[in-house]
Write a protein that binds this ligand. Sequence first.
Ligand SMILES: NC(=O)c1ccc[n+]([C@@H]2O[C@H](COP(=O)([O-])OP(=O)(O)OC[C@H]3O[C@@H](n4cnc5c(N)ncnc54)[C@H](O)[C@@H]3O)[C@@H](O)[C@H]2O)c1
Length: 323
Amino acid sequence: MIVVTGAAGFIGSHVVDLLVAEGEEVLAIDDLSSGRLANLADARSRGPGKVTFHRADITSSTVAELIQRHRPEAILHLAAQVDVRRSIADPLHDAMVNVIGTLNVVEAAVRSGVSRFVFTSSGGCIYGEPSGDRLPVTEDQVFSPEAMPESPYGVSKKVMLDYLRYYRAVQGLDYVALALSNVYGPRQEPASEVGLEGQVVAIFCRRMLAGRSCTIYGDGTQTRDFAYVEDVAAAFAAARHKGAGELVNIGTGREVSVNELHAQLAQRIDGAVEPHYAPARPGELQRSVLDISKAAEVLGWRPRVSLEEGLDRTVAWFAAHPG
Ligand SMILES: NC(=O)c1ccc[n+]([C@@H]2O[C@H](COP(=O)([O-])OP(=O)(O)OC[C@H]3O[C@@H](n4cnc5c(N)ncnc54)[C@H](O)[C@@H]3O)[C@@H](O)[C@H]2O)c1
């Protein structure tokens, strides 16, 4: 059995889909604070009895008890407070979920003899703003003095790397930390009209399909590394078996500007209108792209879905699932 926390979320639900397709039994844990049970409907119908869902908070003793009762082979930990802006407004809540909640799961893993823990870190946050000569960013740059997260969310996604090194050295818990780039694809729901910065594909899809103009903050030359969610799910599936004590970037290595992303989506959506530009949002990175060679070496993983194919599939999903 594999435990997946944050299983009803955007990425977590795709991880559950893939594990079930690979014949695994999954204990899915989520407090449904931003996830939705509907996201697990496919996995539950495809593998009756294969997915057990528990609504529980990762900071609670319930989660620790579930892990101790089921003694899974691996824990894939995706549950998190994911809103960078909220982490700035309420750093205590962010740390409560992302640090204390994660430690609660890690402690339960150690007590239960779980041998593998996969942590979800953030390639867009833990490295700070890398200068051009450090791009695409490699994992060892997490030790650079410039790797200063710009938000409490980024700090929480970085500090856990030190905790995990400690737990491996002293408690023998093997782990892999996946530093994800900007993930996009079906089931990504914008948190609000403005949405989270990382949800730009979902926000643009919803607005364009409704015939509304999209807002681009800054001049649109800022770049991101957009990874298709099924590729990212495959990295989690690989990490349940491979890699020991490693931080591994998961992205595409392709740098795409927000202007290019807008143009690519506009080509796919009839009636898309011109974007409008608003002042840049403070704290946003100008450039972000990950070096993904280590993922091939450590996990035998590489992305399979091109941006063009991923956007085709994503637009089709949003068109079939009006919000
Ligand atoms: N989407 C991205 O581009 C991206 C990039 C880097 C890292 N990540 C990380 O990937 C993971 C999944 O993110 P996502 O994009 O699927 O977002 P999401 O909001 O869809 O998923 C997070 C899930 O965690 C659950 N959750 C939140 N607090 C919880 C708690 N206290 N107890 C139990 N469950 C809780 C939510 O209900 C939700 O289902 C997160 O750890 C996030 O930080 C995402």
